[in-house]
Write a protein that binds this ligand. Structure first.
Ligand code: URA
Length: 187
């Protein structure tokens, strides 16, 4: 399956120098997976291993994400995975509001090119990209209709790795995805 617009955006991201993150990062991490997916997962920003490999969610958070996908019988080839920020912030610090706004148009264009039905956000930065006033503790595990998209906020896998009760909540919320898929008439 190809998606020439998504490929064009990937090249632009790889060459992007609009903010200083490109200077400290090894490479951009544009996103990966099925370019025509109905379901996309959006994280925050690349970390150490993602910066090394140019692929999102390949570190410890990614292993948890792979495990959770397996629990609902999905693989990375079924979905598309991306981030709001395309270059790694130094020392994995939080992205700044300026970095988020500088990078914003890339994800908006990627989503237009993929045209998914369900957007699953991982963590508060990603959720606030779409729902600026929402809080993750109130909104996780609750689907929202956002224009043509069903938006489903989840805790970030890294939060689950740090906090056992958040991990239980993340698993519980993740296991509701098949029901959301069914209600969105994807199966
Ligand atoms: N955390 C994220 O938010 N994104 C990644 O790609 C990896 C870890």
């Amino acid at each position: 399956m190809s998606n020439s617009e998504l490929e064009k955006i990937r090249k632009e991201i790889s060459a992007c120098t609009k903010c200083a993150l490109c200077k400290s990062a090894i490479q951009a991490v544009p996103g990966s997976g099925n370019p025509n997916a109905d379901i996309v997962f959006i994280g925050e920003a690349p970390g150490f291993y993602e910066d090394q490999q140019g692929v999102p969610f390949v570190g410890r958070s990614g292993k948890l994400l792979d495990f959770l996908l397996g629990q609902i019988r999905l693989s990375r080839d079924d979905v598309w995975i991306g981030n709001i920020i395309k270059h790694r912030p130094p020392d994995n610090r939080d992205p700044s509001p300026e970095e988020i706004s500088t990078c914003k148009a890339f994800l908006t264009r990627q989503l237009e090119a993929i045209n998914p039905k369900i957007i699953i956000t991982l963590g508060r930065f990603s959720m606030n990209y779409f729902l600026p006033n929402a809080t993750i503790s109130m909104s996780h595990g609750k689907p929202h209709q956002l224009g043509k998209y069903t938006l489903y906020p989840l805790y970030h896998p890294a939060a689950g790795l740090r906090n056992p009760s958040m991990k239980i909540q993340l698993i519980e919320d993740f296991l509701k995805i098949p029901d959301i898929i069914e209600k969105t008439n994807l199966i």
